[in-house]
Design a binder for this molecule. Structure first.
Ligand code: ADP
Ligand code: MG
Length: 480
């Protein structure tokens, strides 16, 4: 028996219209049975009517070695992010130019400085992140893993991703691919993320205290978060869900800087909102953020870990000698982390930045131009790079961006299922993310794990965009 569904078999299956139509029906009932759900766009704050979270019909083949490489490097990424967050001089130096031209990063940086000045009260650190990758086929046949970025703030979809393997396994079984169905591995992201939150809660040391999910106005993705909340209940940990405005209205610090919201002590603030400028609708939201950062509550992430996840920091890390600062005398770890880097280039003023500009304008299709933004849909590709960079190439405004090599994965074919969308065979590009979870108290790393994965697949017509943005759908790797 072959290890992988032979390409021939997969292609035959994809062309078998009758079977595909049957499998689509199977997918649409199997998804809700397994709790793989999302709220409707038109009623994002109601669970009265929900639908299946968008998915690929079939799992996407990927080399096992590449999957393992990303999984094994994850604890080192956790360590790296954590160490960056403890080095204010590094953050200051890395972001010095960016904050002169990017108002949002500058505002976050101001909070960071404020916290440093007051002195960090809480020695417990909770980090939940997701490092995202694509993989390229090199000319010599070798497959090479390339990091897109690491999300240190509100890394989403760990809850629903944990429900995905069962959906695809079931579809494959109905398709007669029994052996294949067993090749989809378990994904325990939700349990692992919750375990880290629970550990931080426990170390905080107050049985009365709750975990506060800091949530968005539009809660279409609430079920993903509820899966983690439900896991927390297994440790008898209660959670509350509040928006920035709620914290502003009903939040306060007591004389020991303990955070109370609605009269409930908060042990852990788990930010699922606050990574985009538009999340801060007024000064009240910024004041609430500052109050939480200055409190004794464990922040996930704290402001310095938030800044460690900026695209500018990612670019600075790729400069020669920088990783060595974080992993002194650990050349193997440096090598392991660096092996996942794609080319990253500065746009700071000066000769090096000028070289980047010239390179991007000459061959824009080889690159992605990235501002300091999160949430999908902000990056700039192809001819648009010429237009955007053309305007700012001689001014400090260009320092708001970094340039990155465009990763060129081999497309696969699949059906992308999303409520209300017609069925169509698409050329697809897939990305794999690994969830990292760590808890530190003082100098003591109490937990440092890779807790699960997320595969996202999109039509190759789209350069950018996430699941909630309506572009990517959830998937599972079929390892070969
Ligand atoms: P955001 O933080 O807004 O999600 P990302 O840097 O993760 O921004 O990029 C969003 C999406 O754009 C990725 O999920 C991926 O599909 C695409 N993308 C980003 N960087 C690259 C790259 N270097 N090469 C190819 N595609 C990329
Ligand atoms: Mg991101």
């Amino acid at each position: 028996m072959s290890i992988r569904m032979a390409d021939g078999t997969r292609n035959e299956l994809l062309m078998n219209t009758k079977l595909i139509n049957e499998l689509v029906e199977v997918a649409k009932y199997s998804a809700p049975i397994h709790g793989f759900l999302v709220r409707l766009k038109e009623s994002p704050n109601s669970s009265e009517v929900v639908t299946y979270a968008p998915i690929t019909l079939l799992s996407t083949p990927m080399p096992k070695a590449v999957f393992l490489q990303a999984m094994e490097v994850q604890p080192h990424y956790n360590t790296l992010v954590d160490k960056i967050s403890q080095q204010p001089d590094f953050l200051q130096e890395a972001l010095a130019n960016t904050i002169t031209v990017d108002a949002f990063t500058a505002r976050l940086f101001k909070i960071h400085q404020h916290v440093l000045k007051e002195g960090r009260l809480q020695s417990i650190v909770l980090g939940l992140n997701r490092s995202d990758y694509m993989w390229e086929q090199e000319e010599n046949g070798h497959t090479s893993l390339k990091q897109i970025e690491i999300n240190t703030f509100a890394a989403a979809a760990g809850g629903v991703a944990s429900r995905m393997p069962d959906v695809h396994r079931h579809i494959l079984k109905v398709a007669g691919q029994l052996e294949e169905s067993q090749r989809i591995i378990d994904n325990n992201a939700a349990v692992g993320l919750a375990k880290a939150v629970a550990k931080a809660w426990e170390l905080y040391g107050s049985k009365r205290a709750v975990v506060m999910f800091l949530v968005e106005e539009n809660q279409i993705n609430i079920l993903d978060q509820r899966i983690i909340e439900n896991e927390l209940w297994k440790w008898n940990i209660a959670s509350i869900r509040k928006r920035f405005e709620d914290v502003f209205e009903s939040g306060k610090l007591d004389e020991d800087k303990r955070l109370f919201v609605d009269c409930r002590e908060v042990a852990v603030v788990y930010f699922r909102n606050g990574y985009m400028p538009q999340n801060y609708k007024s000064e009240k939201a910024w004041e609430a953020r500052l109050m939480m950062e200055c409190s004794l509550a464990v922040k996930c992430p704290d402001i310095s870990t938030h800044l460690a996840g900026t695209k500018k920091v990612q670019q600075v890390l790729s400069k020669p000698g920088v990783l060595e600062r974080f992993f002194p005398n650990q050349p193997q770890i440096v090598e392991q982390v660096r092996a996942t880097f794609a080319g990253l280039y500065t746009l700071d003023m000066g000769a090096e930045g000028d070289k980047t500009v010239a390179m991007a304008l000459a061959t824009p299709d080889r690159f992605v131009l990235k501002p300091q933004r999160e949430g999908g849909g902000n990056n700039i590709y192809g001819q648009d790079i010429r237009e955007v960079l053309g305007k700012v190439k001689n001014s400090p405004e260009r320092m708001a961006y970094i340039l990155m090599d465009k990763i060129q994965p081999v497309p696969t074919q699949n059906y992308l299922l999303r409520r209300g969308k017609p069925l169509k065979l698409s050329h697809c590009l897939s990305e794999l993310g690994f969830f990292g979870a760590y808890v530190r108290r003082g100098k003591d790393m109490v937990m440092n794990d890779c807790v699960g994965y997320l595969m996202k697949t999109k039509s190759s017509e789209h350069s950018d965009g996430g699941i909630i943005a309506g572009v990517a759908v959830l998937d599972n790797p079929l390892l070969f």
